[in-house]
Design a protein around this ligand. Structure first.
Ligand code: NAD
Length: 502
């Protein structure tokens, strides 16, 4: 059921028409007002599929950060949101979800124009973001505290309280969805939230701010500071008055944030970081044609700019040659196209830096002796398009076999035994996701338990919904997005021991 007030764009022409009538907000959102950065500085937000400038966006720095933190703290202490009955917070967040639904084509379009992903994929992200707001809103008045088992002379309670001021720092690959995964549970739990979107995709966050204001979130409870990591991001992370950093991004920046927390006020730091996820295909799996298509989609979806991309494909050697052939065929059918064309499976790389970085990995793969099976050469401009690229015969020692590329590059490895497959899968500093394809239930259970990974997909890739926590182990991070586990992360336990007159 769609409650969208917009008519559904169906064709490329429909999306182009919507784009030509789009009005874009590009100022910061502080204390319920859209304002320029205190410095007056801006940065350009570009459409990577065309190179056109979409907007000059407010470039916030430490001064704006301090202002927003002040308003967030004031709102928290004043209690209009933090002490509101959960059922009432629920109503406001559900109203926000309705407004997102009513504007979902616009939101999807903004993400597509801002970071280059196909519009069909953006629409899926927006639906996911709306579902997340609804799930977290609905959960908040179902989360109980506890009464501890004590004697009659005591009443001992464990209360759940919001943390205070939460700074959410998010990446560009799923701009609004990653935002929702942090902002929805943090707001639901009663916190004041300051969002710093990525400088590569800041625009949908600002549209969300407009909708949040319309939904009735009180002043200072939700604010958005576009800008760079080393300026406003760092300032929020070092602030003595921010209680929690909710971060999604690279492992390198995640490590820096932990240092900033240590240098300042020991704020909580929840990290959702990078991955180099293994996808294990055993010879006993059923329907190799279908599995090959899934294995290709696991890496080429969203141009490979996915934290849980199935970027390491581990195939049992007895079927490897034939299976890789099928993966190559599937890859050929997934060529990038105009992001505004609903038929496109892949779009443009987010920016020139990422584009060059991916091409550099491709060059290293060839130089280090991996066998290029398809792709590898960027497409003619305009726009930053890289086709699906498959390397076979990759060894764990090779750069493309170890490092997160964050682009449409698949590294195929061979294995001879279950033991070897598991060892190879776990031979990584990351542990975000892993998949396995097999019909042997004993093997499935054995391997699932031994994989060092926050999530395991069995005979699928990337399955999950709002009920399932999402996050990693090892250097992929320590937090969990989605589900009631994420809601719990944004609240503090308070133990109350009451002596009773007997
Ligand atoms: P990034 O780490 O470069 O940036 C992420 C955010 O951190 C941006 O908003 C950026 O401005 C900010 N930032 C950068 N330096 C900072 C600093 N010194 N202080 C404070 N903030 C700073 O990552 P990215 O390139 O935007 O995103 C790609 C990465 O995100 C990949 O590694 C990917 O795997 C990861 N990712 C992880 C998940 C997950 O759920 N685990 C989901 C999506 C993306």
């Amino acid at each position: 059921m769609s409650r969208s007030s917009e008519s559904a764009p169906r064709t490329k022409a429909d999306w182009q028409a919507l784009a030509s009538s789009l009005s874009i907000e590009s100022r910061a959102f502080i204390a319920n007002e859209f304002v320029d950065a205190a410095s007056g500085e801006t940065f350009a937000s570009l459409n990577p599929a065309t190179g056109d400038t979409l907007a000059e966006v407010a470039s916030c720095d430490a001064v704006d950060g301090e202002r927003a933190v002040g308003h967030a703290r004031e709102a928290f202490n004043q209690g209009e949101w933090s002490r509101l009955a959960p059922g009432k917070r629920k109503r406001t967040l559900l109203a926000l979800a309705e407004l997102m639904e009513a504007n979902k084509y616009q939101l999807a379009l903004i993400d597509t124009l801002d970071m280059g992903k196909p519009v069909g994929s953006s629409l899926g992200d927006i639906n996911g973001a709306i579902a997340c707001f609804r799930y977290q809103a609905e959960s908040i008045d179902k989360l109980y505290g506890e009464v501890a088992p004590t004697g009659d002379d005591t009443l001992a309670m464990v209360l759940r309280e919001p943390l205070g001021v939460v700074a959410a720092i998010v990446p560009w690959n799923f701009p609004l969805m990653m935002t929702a995964w942090k902002v929805a549970p943090a707001l639901a739990a009663g916190n004041s939230v300051i969002l710093k979107p990525s400088e590569k995709s800041p625009l949908s966050a600002l549209r969300l701010a407009q909708l949040a204001k319309e939904a009735g979130l009180p002043q200072g409870v939700f604010q958005v500071l576009p800008g760079f990591g080393h300026t406003v991001g760092k300032a929020l992370a070092l602030s003595m008055d921010v209680d929690c950093l909710a971060f999604t991004g690279s492992t390198g920046v995640g490590k820096q944030l932990m240092q900033y927390a240590g240098q300042s006020n020991l704020k909580r730091v929840y990290l959702e970081c990078g991955g180099k996820s293994p996808n294990l295909v055993f010879a006993d799996c059923k329907n190799l044609d279908q599995v090959a298509k899934h294995a290709a989609a696991a890496i080429f979806h969203n141009q490979g700019e996915v934290c849980i991309a199935g970027s390491r494909l581990l195939v049992e050697n007895s079927i490897r040659e034939a299976f890789v052939e099928k993966v190559v065929d599937a890859a050929k059918a997934m060529q990038p196209g105009d992001p505004l064309d609903p038929e496109s499976f892949m779009g443009a790389m987010v920016d020139e830096t990422q584009y060059r970085r991916v091409l550099d990995f491709i060059r290293q793969g060839a130089e280090e002796g991996a066998r290029l099976r398809v792709g590898g050469t960027p497409m003619e401009g305009p726009g930053l398009f890289i086709p699906p690229t498959v390397f076979d015969g990759v060894l764990p020692s090779m750069t493309i076999g170890r490092e997160e590329i964050f682009g449409p590059v698949l590294a195929v490895f061979g294995f001879d035994s279950e033991e070897e497959a598991v060892a190879m899968a776990n031979d990584s500093p990351y542990g975000l996701a892993a998949g396995l394809w097999s019909q042997d239930i004993d093997r499935i259970m054995r391997v699932t338990r031994r994989l060092q990974s926050g999530q395991v997909f069995v005979n699928n890739w990337a399955g999950g919904d709002q009920t399932m926590p999402f996050g990693g182990v090892k250097q992929s991070g320590n937090g969990r997005d989605k589900s009631h586990h994420s809601l719990e992360e944004y609240s503090e336990l308070k133990s109350v021991w009451m002596s009773l007159a007997t």
